[in-house]
Design a protein around this ligand. Sequence first.
Ligand code: SAH
Length: 361
Amino acid sequence: MEQRVDLIGLSETELVSFVESLGEPAYRGRQIFAALQHRRLRSFDEMTDLPKKLRARLKEVARASSLTVASRYLSADGTRRYLMKTHDGLPVETVFIPEEHRDTICFSSQSGCPLQCTFCLTAQLGLLRSLTPSEIVEQVLIALNDAYGTGVKPPRGTNLVGMGAGEPFLNFDSLLKALRIMADRNGLFIVPNRVTISTAGIVPRILDLAKLSDRPHLAISLAAPTDELRNELMPINKRWPLEHLLNACKIFEQSLKPGERFTFEYVMLAGVNDSEEHARQLANLLNRHGLKAKVNLIPHNPADPLPYQPSPEQTVARFKDVLEAKGIQVYVRRPRGRDIFAACGQLAARQERSVLSEVAT
Ligand code: SAH
């Protein structure tokens, strides 16, 4: 068993206590926090402003990094996918998506995923394990360093989405801890308002999130307008059916700040959930609950073993029209990084050299 403490997963206060337990003054803790989270250094050797003796001691009892990048893939659209490995050899995937005015980093909350959504490739891995706060934060540090250079301030704002592998709400405490660390102004300073967490619908955690004063935004993966179809596509629906889920959303809605909306994500699967009738059912469901949420239509990202095809563009357009006619705000999400298996639902530790441009790191 690895006994060393992962310092990336400690808040500044915890780091101060940690160095004090080694007999060091408090300011060393603040110095190390800044080295890890602001300068984004991932080894003690690089922290040359620390005495050599302290660095040697730290190496014995702690770690400044626990993830390694196994492969890095670049998409034609600029998206980058990182296949990382934990210290115990499990896959972790992170996606960096550059946009004109901001960058988005999509991080994973678990290695694999225990939910069995039929349209998602990650499901096929099963749950390997939940990630630690340190492993969640380090994904972001690695992606930023790779995009801009070690410690270089990102030129645009950074948004985070918890939409990578895993169900974030089944790793709730570690997720919140990681978000608090990343929000620290002495570190990454990515505040919750810049973060969106996506859930397949773990109802008790939606209610918990609603009670937090400084919380990230919420997105809910719906994928179907009826229990019958949702049970089939997202078996978690049997545990928390639509009625429960939407009642929780209604409660969550009361916690929204002015101008804040929450999002329903609806993956469009050809001939499965994309008819005009499905659109009417979806609109009626949301309107019946008086939800003022917006709906993101996500074109299905195909992957070999998945038995679905993306809905044709015209079908998506018709679906959108029906929703809009019933007063629902709709966006069609543009898929990013499909060519490198970086798009939603495609994260499953794949390493196809024929399709992907691999860059040695
Ligand atoms: N477990 C969380 C977060 C991971 S999935 C959740 O379910 O929300 C992130 C998003 O990707 C979800 O909205 C999901 O519906 C979508 N998704 C999964 N597989 C997909 C696929 N093959 N094509 C397009 N979107 C997909």
